[in-house]
Design a binder for this molecule. Structure first.
Ligand code: S3P
Length: 433
């Protein structure tokens, strides 16, 4: 089936101004959705992610026997299977969502039954060997298709594992922890770079016994999870587009409240500060151990400076790098990105697409295998952007378009709905023209 690509016209803006509360964090919603569907009892969540990716997780968990209800007041109610899933009647469709596919594989590997996981064309190109390896080491029977989806799992009891992840990936870490949750003994995941820790915090919130050190996390199996109630913090990776937009306009004022500020996710605030943006964080509180607060941003009168994103920072900022690169030409000193090879195996090859689209807008940029150098002090012109069906590319270049000369057409703009269906409406709301 061929679906026509939607196009969205973005006009330049004069300023960014406004106050917003953003829909729930995608990473946390995946975990709350998956764990509540696996737990005993009925969980309730407000501000659950509105993105298509989290809908894929909920649909898969429904097919596995959980009851998911969307209430009128925006509350999502999930009644879990109490630790034992049902055999689904067909393949589990993970859509565009790598998180859904990799994390559910860990949940299902120790369950009784046979499961097939499929995804769209983009997800079917993404590497799955990274989960097959640790799960197979635990004794799982899991087959890939030439290293990719479709994945077939013949569920079987597993043995505990002590695993060091070769690539920094919270999805792989979570996959192993979810298998470990159901496996006698202690399963440990060690990581050289600390990746987002939402699974550790969520598993604890649902009652699991988790032990953490600086570079490891251990879970003891077998444990039963219990339902929780909670509000999902606003998504900081969605906020990144508006924060970067505000950073581009001296005189801008942007306030985002109830925003997730988990330290393993909030490095963008440090990077924007290093570029000269003024950022104030107010009203900090904890919700199920997730930090939540209000963020106030205003741009420097003299324009943004320069910065370099490498090493552990690159891994922690992986989802925000496309938009940082897209605003880099407007800085005074440019932005250098390295150690971000993982960008090449996201929903698209994000290094290649960012470089291609920056060039289409007239920017000079040098591509590296693991990043790029984007010089500052450049003027971009409006152009037709190829989103490659990748939500973060569509949104990143909508931000670049705000400071370009002339209008920009975002081709494949519908992909924004993967994580942030409200993106274009909210961008119109805060952009002064
Ligand atoms: C995610 C982890 C990251 C990130 C993705 C969401 C998660 O992927 O890019 O958007 O929720 O755990 P990796 O863990 O593969 O780096």
């Amino acid at each position: 089936m061929h679906t026509a690509l939607e196009e969205r016209l973005i006009r330049p803006a004069r300023n960014i101004n406004g106050s917003l509360r953003l829909p729930g964090d995608k990473s946390i919603s995946h975990r709350y959705g998956m764990l509540s569907a696996f737990a005993q009892g009925t969980s309730r969540f407000t501000n659950f992610s509105t993105g298509a990716d989290c809908a894929s997780t909920l649909a898969c968990m429904s097919a596995l026997g959980a009851i998911v209800e969307r209430k009128e007041d925006g509350v999502i109610e999930v009644t879990g299977v109490g630790g034992k899933v049902q055999q689904p009647t067909g393949p589990l469709d993970c859509g565009n969502s790598g998180s859904t596919m990799r994390m559910i594989s860990g949940l299902l590997a120790p369950q009784q039954g046979e499961f097939t996981l499929i995804g769209d064309a983009s997800l079917s190109r993404r590497p799955m060997e990274r989960i097959r390896k640790p799960l197979t080491a635990m004794g799982a029977k899991l087959m890939l298709t030439e290293g990719h989806a479709p994945i077939t799992i013949h569920g079987a009891p597993l043995t505990a594992l002590d695993y060091t992840t070769p690539v920094p990936s919270a999805q792989v870490k979570t996959c192993v922890l979810l298998a470990g949750l159901q496996t006698p003994g202690t399963t440990t995941v060690r990581e050289a770079v600390r990746t987002r820790d939402h699974s550790e915090l969520a598993l604890r919130a649902f009652g699991a016994n988790i032990e953490r050190g600086l570079d490891y996390v251990s879970i003891s199996g077998t444990q039963t999870l219990s339902a929780i109630e909670g509000a999902v913090p606003g998504d900081i990776s969605s906020a990144a587009f508006f924060l970067c937009a505000a950073a581009l306009f001296p005189g801008s004022q942007l306030l985002l409240d109830s925003l997730g500020l988990n330290p393993t996710r909030a490095s963008l605030l440090d990077v924007l500060t290093s570029l000269g943006t003024q950022i104030a964080v107010l009203n900090l509180e904890e919700k199920h151990s997730e930090l939540v607060g209000t963020v106030q941003v205003s741009a420097p009168a003299e324009g943004l400076g320069s910065t370099s994103v490498t090493g552990a920072l690159a891994a922690q900022l992986i989802d925000e790098l496309p938009v940082l690169a897209a605003i880099a030409p407007y800085t005074r000193g440019g932005i250098r990105i390295r150690d971000a090879k993982e960008l090449r195996v996201k929903e698209s090859d994000r290094i290649a697409l960012v470089v291609q689209n920056l060039r289409t807008m007239g920017a000079e940029v040098e591509e590296f295998e693991d990043g790029m150098d984007v010089p500052g002090g450049q003027t971009l012109h409006g152009a037709t952007i190829d989103s490659g069906g990748d939500h973060r590319i569509a949104m990143a270049f909508s931000v670049a378009a705000l400071r370009a000369e002339g209008e920009t057409l975002i081709s494949g703009s519908e992909s924004a709905a993967i994580s942030f269906p409200e993106f274009f409406d909210l961008l119109d709301f805060i952009a002064e023209r």
